[in-house]
Design a protein around this ligand. Structure first.
Ligand SMILES: [Zn+2]
Length: 265
């Protein structure tokens, strides 16, 4: 089995970091993940800008994914969140295209207690409708919140039905985060089959252990082996998904990558 395994790295230093930790695939932020602004991708982001980044990663044989900022919530019923979220997502999609990224990971978002979740699902459809991009949008399952749209499978089913009605639906894929699924209450033993039955695809796996108990709703990643997810469940998800793998716990991810590679053969 030969899935590509890698990690989240810094934009400014992606190729060197990938070499250091043995990553065949990297994920980057194009901007501060907590901010609404995307700085221009010039020499200050990476020497030579977007074009140099694309050429260097391609020359090194590294596949690149982009993680969209956390502040984005295209499902929101609040105009002052939804409208800037769409604008920011479009900027990230454009930037991802410029660096030759294979996909952009976006959290599934949430509504509030007083909202009709159907409005949130339809806001996702509209967001996909409006996007101008050739880069796939990879919706990621999230760990917590009772009003999340991509935490539990029943909601994911409704979310998928909505986005599949959008123009550009063929460019919508899925990122399965093992920590989020575990903490969010999805059974990892059947997660890949259950999700594929809904989405038809898993494009990327975020292989993170969880500091918390199954179903806790807490989004706290741990290095593989340091958390609560049984090793065989984590390996089982990665093997069954057969998609590129990104480890995204803070700190040295070399051991996480080596651990997975050893067990996947
Ligand atoms: Zn993740």
């Amino acid at each position: 089995m030969s899935v590509k395994i890698g990690a989240h790295v810094d934009l400014s230093d992606a190729v060197a970091q990938a070499a250091e930790i043995g990553a065949e695939v990297v994920q980057v932020f194009l901007s501060d993940p907590q901010a609404w602004k995307v700085p221009p991708f010039d020499d200050s982001a990476h020497p030579g800008g977007a074009e140099a980044f694309r050429e260097e990663t391609a020359a090194a044989g590294i596949d690149v994914y982009v993680h969209a900022p956390y502040v984005i919530n295209v499902a929101s019923t609040n105009n002052r969140i939804r409208i800037p979220s769409r604008k920011l997502l479009q900027q990230i999609m454009t930037g991802a295209g410029e660096i030759g990224a294979r996909g952009v990971v976006v959290h599934g978002g949430h509504v509030t207690a007083k909202d009709d979740p159907d409005v949130g699902f339809d806001n996702w459809r509209k967001a996909i409708d409006a996007l101008e991009t050739d880069v796939p949008v990879l919706i990621e399952n999230t760990a917590g919140g009772d009003f999340s749209l991509a935490r539990r499978l029943d909601r994911l089913e409704l979310l998928w039905a909505a986005v599949m009605r959008a123009n550009g639906a063929e460019n919508v894929g899925f990122t399965l985060d093992t920590c989020h699924a575990w903490a969010g209450g999805i059974d990892l033993a059947t997660a890949v089959d259950d999700i594929r039955a809904i989405t038809g695809r898993i494009d990327l796996v975020h292989a993170n252990d969880s500091r918390d108990a199954a179903g806790s709703g807490a989004d706290r990643h741990a290095h593989i082996g340091d958390g609560n997810i049984p090793a065989e469940l984590l390996v089982g998800v990665v093997a069954a998904a057969g998609a590129p793998v990104v480890c995204e716990t803070h700190g040295d991810m070399g051991p996480d990558i080596a651990w997975l590679r050893e067990r996947l053969g």
